[in-house]
Design a protein around this ligand. Structure first.
Ligand SMILES: NC(=O)c1ccc[n+]([C@@H]2O[C@H](COP(=O)([O-])OP(=O)(O)OC[C@H]3O[C@@H](n4cnc5c(N)ncnc54)[C@H](OP(=O)(O)O)[C@@H]3O)[C@@H](O)[C@H]2O)c1
Length: 267
């Protein structure tokens, strides 16, 4: 297997942890970025047991200076082939609210959109110089379907999807591949705080496998599950009142974050 250097944000949990474990292989170097040192260490141990070498970057991705220093040092040891921007938070309307507050909206947009774009620009110039690299942006089906219970989350994911698709065309001639993943409901700590129906929920391992298959096939937009993905895309074409009617069963509120047990390797 050709050695690869891969950096993943949000690697300590859920989809990011599953991606890390599935990408772990002899000769591969993984940079695992997240905030929780214990869970990052557990994911690193699982990846090392598969023969990968791992470096942990314990930080808030909104701390641009720390993230830049970490990514720079990792890239110097071995140029980054694949960068996966996966870290994200879900917040929105809580049980006692009609709408999320402004502070929540700002935090969600800073984390899911602005920090993700900043992170892309840490690796992009190096990839352009080398005329080689892959960038994966993990958005959401919420990018296509605005959620009244999480307006900033929807906006952050729509912005990220739009940014990624635009960037893909801008840097294709530089030999860089950019793909955007739009998962539906995935069973992770994030899903645990989405208190409402979650139809078609799949496991984090299944979501990671679909994202990696889409990356391998160089699909610009990796949306899943297929039926919700296509319904979401088509919903943009119908009159607004029809779309709203269709959204009635999707209302939810955000609950308190509960700590999930350590990830188990199912791959
Ligand atoms: N689960 C779903 O149903 C679903 C659906 C569509 C899209 N997504 C997207 O998939 C991605 C992964 O979510 P998930 O479901 O796997 O959720 P998760 O289990 O809660 O994992 C989120 C990851 O992001 C990291 N993170 C969050 N804020 C961060 C920050 N400021 N700095 C550094 N790391 C940060 C977390 O790190 P720590 O835990 O270490 O703080 C964790 O590793 C997110 O972008 C999410 O929006 C999820």
């Amino acid at each position: 297997m050709t050695p690869r250097a891969i950096a993943i944000t949000g690697a300590s949990s859920g989809i990011g942890a599953a991606l890390s474990r599935q990408l772990a292989a002899p000769g591969h170097r993984l940079a695992l970025i997240g905030r929780d040192p214990d869970r990052l260490e557990q994911v690193a141990a699982a990846c090392r047991s598969k023969g990968a070498s791992c470096q942990i970057g314990c930080m808030d991705i909104r701390d641009a200076e720390r993230l830049s220093a970490f990514v720079e040092a990792f890239d110097q040891q071995q140029p980054i082939d694949t960068f996966i921007s996966n870290a994200g938070i879900l917040d929105g309307r809580h049980a006692d609210q009609v709408v999320e507050n402004g502070e929540t909206a700002r935090r969600v947009l800073e984390t899911n959109l602005l920090a993700a774009i900043d992170a892309v620009h840490l690796v992009l110039p190096k990839m352009q110089q080398r005329r080689h690299g892959e960038i994966v942006l993990v958005a959401s089906l919420a990018a296509l379907v605005p959620l009244p219970d999480a307006p900033a989350y929807s906006a952050s994911k729509a912005g990220l999807m739009s940014y990624g698709l635009a960037l893909r065309d801008a840097v294709a001639a530089d030999g860089i591949k950019v793909v955007v993943a739009c998962p539906g409901y995935v069973s992770t700590a994030m899903a645990d705080i989405h208190l409402g129906l979650r139809p078609g929920e799949i496991s984090a391992d299944a979501a990671a496998a679909l994202i990696l298959r889409g990356l391998h096939r160089n699909k610009s937009l990796i949306g899943f599950p297929l039926v919700p993905f296509w319904l979401s895309r088509l919903s943009l074409l119908v009159p607004e009142f029809v779309r709203r009617q269709g959204m009635r069963g999707t209302r939810f509120h955000v609950g308190q974050q509960a700590r999930r047990p350590p990830p188990v390797d199912e791959s």
